[in-house]
Write a protein that binds this ligand. Sequence first.
Ligand SMILES: [Zn+2]
Length: 134
Amino acid sequence: MFCSGCGSRLNDSQSFCATCGRPSGANYSAAPSTGVAPAPSPSAVTAPVAQQVIILKSAKSPGTAVVLSFFWAGLGQIYNGEIGKGIVLIILHAISWLLMFVVIGFITTPILWIYGMIDAYKTAEKINAAAGIR
Ligand SMILES: [Zn+2]
């Protein structure tokens, strides 16, 4: 057995070279590969967080969406995360109420109201289906 650092002869019982102080063969070559801990993979750290976000974003109750839309067209859409659509429906619903003074509102309000509820229900179901929640 010879020292890998300086080449001088070593006894089998020696764990360090007497000449240069380097650990003898087996011990020395094994150290670098086992001594380094594997770096934690970034996906292992971020995966649970990403999963939580998906659940929070996707757990929509079609029932809640319909109930909110029952109170005012657009609320169910906002609940579903369709903020822009919800605001448009809220404004249209308000205009529609005002139009009741000129009769047209009696036609437009129920249409908007029913559309809001159906749309909110279907969107909530679609969001859940996309996330695998039934
Ligand atoms: Zn040596």
